[in-house]
Write a protein that binds this ligand. Structure first.
Ligand SMILES: *Cc1c(COP(=O)(O)O)cnc(C)c1O
Length: 305
């Protein structure tokens, strides 16, 4: 097993995006550039988990995800790069032909297993994990979305930069990345999380549990902004797609329609609405996820620039 892909300080560029009236400045941290396949926050979350799997000497990693999951894709690619077998337990039927995410994952050698949506809810039950162990042998378990204590440790390193910002903005799925940021930042800044899902009110308590499990005591103020899910997880609108295309034209930065596009739309909308005080320096995190674009294009029969 080789951990070379994680043998990297993870310093990603911070790019200036735009100035707004009131001396408000927006920057973006390009976590999408961290690795061509294991991109953004998934690299951060996998780093210490893969190191741990290596220490334990297991031959496989097993994890859970949806059919378009960036985490499934990243785990498969990381497994191939590290020389460890990967098993992806997929929520619901696996449709043939495989969508681009699953097809790539399978190409890297991930064993794909489909379980019903009902069974998928047992993904954290000890008894269910034992059933999986009986079937697939010993494995290192990474939870859905990769969010566990070691993921927080990896995501805390996103905060290891020398510049100061007043606001950090991040898209949320499981909230693991946000929780990691809270553990890595001092308390001068505020973190805004933008759930990519509708009805993400449960995320507050999930984030608190992640912090508690990791024994992190953070005084960093944070808030979830629930207004920019665009109808729900992986739901899109023409307004969102136009925004992503326009952002690409203006700044030469591609955003994904599931996570970072929604977050960035929200940040710019909140700037317009006067949420941020004068002289605010805002850092939006590009958490990656660009692999998901082809899947969304196929699903909706659209084209993103
Ligand atoms: C997975 C993912 C997220 C969500 O991260 P969580 O830690 O689960 O909140 C955000 N952005 C992108 C691009 C992702 O792939």
């Amino acid at each position: 097993m080789s951990l070379e892909i994680f043998d990297n300080p993870g310093e990603t560029p911070i790019q200036f995006v735009e100035s707004f009236p009131g001396n408000i400045k927006l920057y973006i941290k390009r976590e999408d550039l961290i690795h061509p396949l294991v991109s953004g926050n998934k690299w951060r979350k996998l780093k210490y988990n893969m190191i741990e799997a290596h220490k334990m000497g297991v031959s496989s990693v097993l994890t859970f995800g949806g059919a378009f999951s960036n985490h499934i894709y990243a785990t498969a690619a990381a497994g191939a790069a590290c020389g460890i077998n990967t098993i992806g337990v997929i929520r619901g039927e696996i449709l043939e032909p495989l969508n681009p995410t699953l097809s790539e994952a399978s190409g890297w050698g991930m064993k794909l297993v489909s379980i019903s949506r009902q069974e998928f809810k047992k993904k954290t039950d000890g008894a269910f994990i034992s059933v999986l162990e009986a079937k697939y042998g010993n494995f290192y378990l990474i939870p859905e979305g990769g969010s566990n204590t070691l993921a927080l440790k990896g995501c805390a390193e996103i905060a290891a930069i020398s510049q100061d910002f007043d606001y950090w903005c991040v898209s949320c799925g499981t909230g693991g990345t946000l929780a990691g940021l809270l553990s890595g930042l001092s308390n001068k800044e505020k973190v805004l999380g933008f759930p990519a899902i509708k009805g993400g009110e449960f995320l507050e308590s999930d984030i608190k549990s992640l912090l508690m499990n990791a024994k992190v005591k953070s005084n960093v103020p944070w808030e979830l902004i629930h207004e920019y899910h665009f109808g729900g997880y992986a739901k899109i609108t023409k307004e969102l797609l136009d925004f992503i295309n326009d952002f690409k034209t203006r700044f030469r930065i591609l955003l994904d329609p599931i996570y970072t596009g929604k977050m960035m739309f929200g940040v710019l909308d909140m700037i317009k609405q006067g949420y941020f005080p004068l002289d605010s320096n805002i850092l939006a995190i590009h958490t990656g996820g660009l692999q998901g674009i082809t899947g969304i294009e196929e699903k909706y029969g659209i084209k993103i620039k």
